[in-house]
Design a protein around this ligand. Structure first.
Ligand SMILES: Cc1cc2nc3c(=O)[nH]c(=O)nc-3n(C[C@H](O)[C@H](O)[C@H](O)COP(=O)(O)OP(=O)(O)OC[C@H]3O[C@@H](n4cnc5c(N)ncnc54)[C@H](O)[C@@H]3O)c2cc1C
Length: 542
């Protein structure tokens, strides 16, 4: 009977495992990959997408294209049931639950981000895990440059031109290098921004950056980035942030509109509720990748905690979450599953290092290949050659190479096709004294106070005198949207450190249209508070 192998996740670990199993066992197995997207994301290229060196479509490849002879299902994985040997997924427009069975299950779902431990980080930081993260970040940076070029308010310009990256690992350093290059190469289009007005900061809690690489290369990287105007603060983390500020653990308050968090790796939500053994937030597996207590459930890649030696206990005793490890694990798991099916002994995972490479942007990099350390342009070229060879599929390789050549000979585009991150209903944090909006500004949101308090100050229509009131938890402001207002008639300032739940104009108006009780509540509130009588200014309508 054909053995059915179900692979959860179509990233480096899942995709390469499927291809290796197919190569080793051919028609004797029925392989299916389940993945949220129908494409494979080459995560090491995401910083280049954020920096505009390559276009988003070239950092991904269609999974169906890379998995000929392997079934592919685009679905959201919900849960596994080891007793019945089934996995429940949600698929299609209706998101119907579908049960998939397996003889062997490989869990390769990568990792997510948990930024909830630092106040404000989850609400205000960009992450760098998915294609849309990279696209949103690029659009956001260009938006900040556009704004900084036209604003007349120095404090607004300062915040717009300050960019912070939290985490000095591979993804943090590659991201900061690329966004600095994007900014530097774009400045020629923004005559009102001086280079000296740009501030780019990396915060790293450890005493060095690029922990994954030898110290001498990390030192070179730090020197190179510093020379390019990137400020690296070591031994410093983030203690909190709002939409306009970041507070470091060294108590510095940085006015910034851009916070990129490359820290806080955590298991994806589907993984964390699986009935398996976890350690340090990852699925605990044996050296042969078998999940503890299960003969036919395996796990590799970023979601698995793979010991590299017996009695592993220290962090360094486990395989690190890198693409290079995931690809080698994928090769070994194929042999082990074949051995398990044939009742042969399994082999413990051994990693053969080919070295490590990081791009610093602006044509510079660091690399260690077979023990040889390289820096500067040679290392950067090697990085590009290596990743070009590493990319799955010839078509993707050609597209990426073409993008790189074009980037070399032409200027960086500042076209902002993708809109900024689509926020949806969101929590927003303000520090005491922060202005939420001011009189005369465009009214494009509605707010409810979750914690803290907000002072609303305006001019009384009848007396012409200033009025002021403080709103507390559960109270709301900005509801004149219901009357068609497009301008603020008051200024809202956080009295304490405050969290508000914000809805955009569209969201608020859609809820009012679709939910009669919601509409009636605000209609009554506006009448009772007298706000309903405040005329909507003529230039307020359009
Ligand atoms: C910005 C950045 C730069 C990096 N640079 C390097 C580098 O230079 N060198 C290096 O070696 N490594 C680098 N890495 C790390 C490397 O990319 C990861 O280690 C690697 O992607 C892990 O592979 P994986 O298959 O375990 O997870 P992933 O590649 O993340 O794949 C997991 C897959 O599972 C899918 N998935 C998750 N949950 C669900 C669900 N519930 N339902 C359906 N599908 C789901 C995801 O959509 C994804 O396709 C970098 C990472 C980042 C973010």
């Amino acid at each position: 009977m054909v053995c059915r192998i179900l692979i959860l996740g179509g990233g480096f670990a899942g995709l390469y495992a499927a291809r290796n199993i197919q190569r080793l066992m051919g028609r004797n197995v029925d392989i299916e990959i389940v993945n949220r997207e129908n494409y494979f994301v080459f995560q090491p290229l995401l910083p280049e997408v954020a920096g505009g060196a390559i276009s988003a479509v070239n950092a991904v490849s269609p999974l169906r294209f890379l998995t000929k002879g392997i079934s592919m299902r685009k679905a959201e994985i919900d849960s596994i049931d080891p007793t019945s040997q089934t996995v429940t997924v949600f698929q299609g427009v209706q998101r119907r639950p579908t049960i998939l069975n397996y003889d062997h299950l490989i869990i390769a779902l990568g990792s997510g981000s948990d930024l909830s431990r630092t106040p404000g980080l989850h609400e205000h930081a960009f992450t760098m895990k998915t294609l849309s993260d990279a696209q949103s970040l690029r659009a956001h940076i260009i938006e900040r440059l556009e704004h900084a070029d036209v604003t007349r308010l120095p404090e607004v310009k300062k915040g717009a031109l300050t960019f912070t990256v939290i985490g000095g690992g591979f993804s943090g350093i590659e991201t900061v290098g690329e966004i600095k290059e994007l900014i530097d190469r774009s400045l020629r289009y923004y005559p009102n921004i001086k280079k000296s007005e740009i501030r780019v900061v990396v915060l790293e809690f450890a005493d060095r950056i690029l922990n994954e690489m030898p110290e001498s290369l990390a030192k070179y990287a730090q020197k190179n980035l510093t020379r390019r105007g990137i400020e690296i603060q070591l031994g410093v983390g983030v203690s909190g942030c709002t939409g306009t500020q970041l507070v470091t653990t060294a108590d510095e308050i940085i006015d910034t509109r851009t916070i990129v968090a490359t820290i806080g790796n955590s298991p994806s939500s589907a993984v964390s509720k699986m009935p398996l053994t976890f350690q340090h937030g990852r699925i605990l597996v044996g050296r042969d990748f078998r999940v503890h207590g299960h003969q036919n459930i395996w796990s590799i890649g970023d979601c698995a905690l793979i010991p590299m030696k017996e009695d592993a206990s220290h962090r360094d005793d486990f395989a690190p979450p890198t693409a290079q490890f995931a690809v080698q694990e994928a090769k070994q798991i194929a042999s082990n599953i074949k051995a398990a099916i044939g009742r042969q002994p399994l082999e413990a995972f051994k990693y053969t290092s080919k070295g490590s490479l990081a791009s610093l942007g602006a044509g510079r990099g660091v690399a260690e290949i077979f023990g040889i350390k390289l820096t500067g342009r040679t290392a950067w070229l090697l990085w590009r050659v290596y990743y070009l060879a590493f990319l799955p599929g010839m078509q993707t390789r050609i597209s990426v190479l073409w993008n790189w050549l074009m980037d070399w000979f032409s200027s960086r585009s500042v076209v902002q096709i993708n809109s900024e991150k689509q926020h949806g209903v969101r929590d927003v944090l303000y520090r005491a004294g922060d202005r939420i909006y001011e009189t005369g500004a465009r009214a494009d949101g509605f707010y409810t106070i979750v914690s803290g308090s907000v002072r609303i100050t305006g001019i009384d229509e009848n007396t012409g005198k200033e009025t002021s009131r403080v709103l507390g938890v559960g109270e709301h402001f900005g509801e004149r949207l219901l009357k068609g207002a497009t301008r603020r008639i008051a200024t809202a300032v956080a009295v304490d450190d405050t969290k508000v739940l914000g809805l955009t104009r569209d969201e608020f108006l859609k809820l009012a249209e679709g939910l009669p009780f919601f509409h009636d509540y605000f209609e009554n509130h506006l009448e009772a508070s007298g706000l309903g009588q405040v005329p909507v200014l003529s230039d307020d309508k359009h």
